[in-house]
Write a protein that binds this ligand. Structure first.
Ligand SMILES: Cc1cc2nc3c(=O)[nH]c(=O)nc-3n(C[C@H](O)[C@H](O)[C@H](O)COP(=O)(O)OP(=O)(O)OC[C@H]3O[C@@H](n4cnc5c(N)ncnc54)[C@H](O)[C@@H]3O)c2cc1C
Length: 430
């Protein structure tokens, strides 16, 4: 495992728009959510004795994207060291530590750190694997190349291809994990959960606190944190962020003698998980700009066809073996990194940093204009199980003035105002 450096005085060297606004630690906050993002955040904040009220529109928590039967915990790693890979490898170790720590405290959830195999099922992936073999910038405990024979031993079934193996990755039952994170947060006595409370609008008051318009009537809160995922990207104010929804459907399949011994998660174009409660998850579809969470036959067909195409004749599954299907929404950002931090005041950004359109290196001292008392933790895309604990600790550091677990450039890569800064530099508003 790679030790992560601590970053304390990074603000001294930053450009103004990279500086994270410091605030007086709030005694209480409101979180809009109910999934893994809000669960990790509630856990992180209540441990620091900040009272959290969670507003969730559903009758129970973990009904959105975090409700799948099984999800894979693994980082997004490219063959070169880039911003995305660096973030996800840090997030991955952070998540493992957080989840294992939770489990060790007695908050148990179904999981198996059984490893994950990215199968090189086509030539372009074999070439990629070759590059990893010759000069991988990553340690073997993160990702390593294996041939077909080794892959078959690791997977417990015969595979025709080798691939890239992540020995510490695995699978988790996300809804159970979310439940346990909230239970651990509730044990601090600092958590209140308000279910069936749909936040339909945000209104800032003259004292900069918030009035939430909800299906249970108006509610006043001082500090609000949006962890609502894709379902609420059209909420006012939040709708100014470049967030999109990508629908995904997974299909659960009954196990059989061909696949029951599968002992690692397999990723191809989609994924296939080991048996949990006699079922395997296959998926997932990827449908941009859809908000429809009705599972369809076409979605199941797609998942079965994709599996057969990438791993032909591996498992003789047909539609009769389907045990359930579920469609939910991924919340995506344009650069595939999540968003965490203060909500930027976009109109003021355009004015304050206008000169960046002429000189992108202009060293502005002015701190980023933000919408006071509103924070964002969203855009977790297709890797929320991996990224949520690190993002939660970053936001906890924002709110408590604590040490950040990552460096200043990496923090800016996750900051919600990065997009407006990039747009100004690209002269989008001239
Ligand atoms: C098909 C599919 C497969 C996936 N597989 C994996 C995987 O294998 N590994 C992985 O790491 N990730 C996977 N993901 C992605 C992962 O599920 C998400 O990144 C993660 O669940 C996002 O968590 P979240 O808390 O941000 O959002 P959600 O889990 O969607 O939670 C949002 C919550 O906010 C509540 N809410 C929303 N709006 C409001 C409002 N206005 N008022 C009150 N409450 C509100 C909702 O009720 C919900 O509880 C998958 C996603 C899909 C769709």
């Amino acid at each position: 495992m790679i030790d992560q450096p601590k970053h304390k005085n990074y603000q001294l060297e930053s450009k103004g728009y990279q500086i994270r606004p410091s605030i007086k630690q709030p005694e209480s906050v409101a979180i809009i959510g109910g999934g893994i993002a809000s669960a990790c955040l509630a856990y992180a904040l209540t441990k620091k004795q900040i009272a959290v009220t969670l507003y969730c529109k559903d009758a129970e928590i973990a009904q959105g994207a975090s409700s799948n039967h099984v999800g894979a915990l693994f980082p997004l790693i490219h063959q070169q060291v880039d911003e995305i890979s660096l973030f996800y490898q840090q997030a991955f170790w952070h998540a493992l530590k957080c989840y294992q720590g939770l489990h060790n405290k007695g908050y148990t959830f179904s999981h198996d750190w059984c490893g994950l195999l990215e199968i090189s099922y086509k030539i372009v992936l074999e070439k990629r694997q070759g590059i990893f073999e010759q000069s991988s910038p990553w340690p073997e405990e993160l990702i390593t190349s294996v041939n077909a024979e080794q892959a078959s031993v690791l997977a417990g079934i015969t595979l025709k291809h080798g691939g890239l193996f992540m020995p510490n990755a695995g699978w988790i039952a996300p809804a159970e994990l979310v439940q346990q994170l909230f239970s651990a947060a509730a044990a601090t006595q600092y958590l209140t959960i308000k279910n069936r409370t749909d936040v339909t609008a945000l209104h800032q008051q003259s004292d900069r606190s918030w009035q939430l318009e909800t299906t249970k009537g108006p509610i006043n809160e001082e500090v609000v944190i949006f962890c609502g995922g894709a379902e609420s990207i059209k909420l006012n104010i939040i709708d100014e962020l470049p967030l999109t929804s990508v629908r995904g459907q997974i299909t659960t399949m009954a196990t059989n003698d061909h696949i029951k011994n599968l002992s690692t998660v397999i990723c191809h174009k989609g994924y296939l998980t080991p048996a949990h409660q006699q079922q395997h998850c296959i998926g997932a579809t990827f449908e941009k700009n859809s908000f429809d969470i009705t599972a369809t036959n076409a979605g199941d067909q797609y998942n079965l066809t994709m599996l057969e195409k990438c791993l032909p004749k591996l498992i003789p599954w047909s539609e009769q073996d389907i045990t359930s299907s579920k469609a939910r929404l991924r919340c995506m950002t344009p650069d595939h990194l999540p968003m965490v931090g203060a909500m930027p005041n976009i109109t003021k950004h355009k004015k304050v940093y206008a000169h960046l359109a002429k000189d992108k290196n202009w060293r502005y001292q002015e701190p980023a204009p933000v919408i006071k008392n509103l924070y964002i933790l969203t855009g977790l895309g297709a890797r929320g199980l991996c990224s949520a604990p690190l993002l939660a600790d970053i936001l906890a550091a924002d709110l408590t003035g604590g040490e950040y677990p990552i460096g200043k450039q990496e923090l800016f890569n996750l900051s919600p105002n990065r997009f407006i800064i990039r747009d100004i530099i690209r002269r989008k508003f001239l």
